[in-house]
Design a protein around this ligand. Structure first.
Ligand code: BGC
Length: 514
């Protein structure tokens, strides 16, 4: 099917991706704001001594409290997505975001700032789970990966835009509170657009049917699918069958995750999100200016510029995922991404280890690796970009895509909320540990991430079944009996038959509880 045949679905998916924009912008904006002189004066630092002179406890709290909020938001959003719908939950948490952004902008003391960062985190965490679930439920199986990848793309755009806005206001309003208040205020605009605009888009047809609102669901499917009435009815019947089956055989509570078949899927979902963070992406995204400084870009502007380029690289490198994830499949993308990231991290760590010398900075007390060799610096900078690009086309989008695909309808919102919470909690731990690791282990930090990436490739190869091209209702069959990915010819034949025209749901019914 061509893109224009999916016009309605793309439009809805793109619009919902504004949630990703808020995610990226709000995460990215703070790193720049934390170095602005007026901000440092307002919140306890001394701008005249040195840029970036807030105590590490204060700056750590400003960054960390948002991650705690994200974790909480992801957990709250699960039940909310089921109860008041994916759509109204997106409205609710966008409004919460607007309130938090107003508070951040108007902050006059540290308490209000921390409170507003916590509230911002709650809404970002919630949206990071609701948006991909909503996108995956309106998508057709052929473009589901692509549609959910749009949210990752929006995250990266948000990060890049926030960086350049910070860069601009810092130069233009140097020394005035406008330098940091404007970037914080600007995020209100997309949040308002999302809160109001999403009301004009449909409810998730799958959520509608789970509420017994079948007629409305059929209407939505007919409207957003530019296909024949027979195909719409096929999809409608598949969803209906799954709902009936789930009603007969399950209670929709979190305790179901403790038993087969959902236990395995939860383990896979939680692990993929934990592993996404263990790639070390945020050791680069959050500390990029520092890394570039170590690699020889000593001038503050040069290292900030290199960080800005980093933002552009991640945006551009997410585009192949949008274009090809549904063709190449989740496994290929994840395994190849893990290999390239491993290679990059090992080269970065190895080059720092062999060419760098460790220095103790007496003023700040920090331990730093300095790279005097120009070629070595160049290699490190290039491989930072290669690493970021490899993450962008692979683990960035696919971890989110995979989690929205693996749970049955009645447990999708709850399951995705747990996997998303796992992402945020690991993000929080890694971000907290990385500065200490960089100080005590220096270049070995990157070697550790490199080895973790190798392990990730192997884990995906062994345990993660391919979900490309299967309808959400067919996942029971995909996650059949074996814990290891089964590549036997019998399994492949069964999988092939699932891509046929007739629904495989009746087959999946038989193995639902293995
Ligand atoms: C990750 C974030 C990361 C971002 C970078 C997301 O998929 O979950 O932790 O900062 O990608 O683009």
């Amino acid at each position: 099917m061509t893109a224009n045949k999916h016009f309605q679905v793309y439009l809805t998916g793109c619009f919902a991706a504004i949630g990703g924009l808020l995610f990226g912008y709000d995460t990215g904006v703070i790193s720049g704001v934390l170095t602005m002189s007026d901000f440092l004066l307002a919140f306890g630092g001394t701008a005249s001594v040195a840029r970036g002179s807030l105590t590490s406890t204060v700056s750590g709290s400003i960054v960390g409290i948002m991650l705690v909020g994200c974790f909480l938001g992801a957990l709250i959003a699960g039940p909310s997505g089921d109860r008041i719908s994916r759509k109204y939950s997106i409205v609710l948490f966008s409004v919460v975001f607007v309130i938090s952004a107003l508070l951040q902008t108007a902050s006059t003391n540290l308490f209000i700032l921390l409170l507003s960062r916590l509230v911002a985190g709650i809404s970002v965490g919630a949206l990071s789970m609701l948006v991909p679930v909503y996108q995956s439920e309106i998508a057709t199986k052929k473009i589901r990966g692509r549609l959910v990848s749009l949210q990752q793309w929006a995250i990266t755009i948000g990060i890049a835009v926030s960086f350049w806005i910070n860069y601009g206001t810092d130069i233009y309003y140097l020394g005035s509170s406008a330098a940091w208040r404007i970037p914080l205020a600007l995020q209100i605009v997309p949040a308002l657009i999302l809160a109001v605009g999403i009301l004009f888009f449909p409810f998730s047809p799958r959520w509608l049917m789970a509420q017994g609102r079948d007629d409305e669901a059929l209407l939505v499917l007919t409207k957003i699918r530019s296909t024949t009435a027979v195909n719409v009815l096929d999809e409608y019947n598949d969803i209906k069958n799954e709902i009936n089956l789930e009603r007969e055989e399950s209670v929709q509570s979190y305790s179901q995750f403790l038993y087969p078949p959902l236990r395995r899927r939860l383990c896979l979902g939680v692990s993929i999100q934990v592993l996404q963070q263990l790639t070390g992406i945020n050791s680069i995204m959050y500390y990029a200016p520092e890394i570039f400084k170590q690699a020889g870009l000593n001038d503050q502007r040069a290292s900030l510029l290199a960080t800005g380029i980093n933002g552009v690289v991640i945006v551009l490198a997410t585009i192949p995922a949008i274009l090809y994830i549904d063709k190449l499949g989740r496994r290929f993308v994840l395994i190849s991404g893990a290999c390239l990231m491993a290679l990059s991290m090992l080269i970065i760590g190895g080059t720092m280890g062999t060419h760098g010398s460790t220095h103790y900075n007496e003023t700040t007390g920090a331990v730093q690796v300095i790279i005097p060799n120009r070629t070595a610096s160049f290699v490190i900078i290039v491989f930072v970009y290669v690493f970021v690009a490899s993450f962008a086309y692979s683990w960035g989008p696919t971890a989110w895509v995979y989690c929205t695909e693996i749970f049955p309808l009645s447990m999708r919102s709850k399951g995705t909320s747990l996997t998303t919470a796992a992402n945020w909690v690991t993000n929080c731990i890694v971000s907290f540990l990385v500065p200490a690791m960089l100080e005590s282990l220096t270049y070995r930090t990157y070697l550790i991430f490199g080895f973790l990436c190798v392990a990730m490739g192997i884990i995906i190869y062994l345990f993660y079944p391919e979900t490309k091209g299967k309808s959400l209702e067919d996942m029971d069959l995909v996650f059949g009996r074996s814990i290891l990915v089964n590549n036997s010819s019998r399994t492949k034949k069964r999988m092939k038959s699932m891509n046929g025209k007739t629904s495989s749901h009746s087959q999946s019914n038989q193995i639902y509880y293995f």
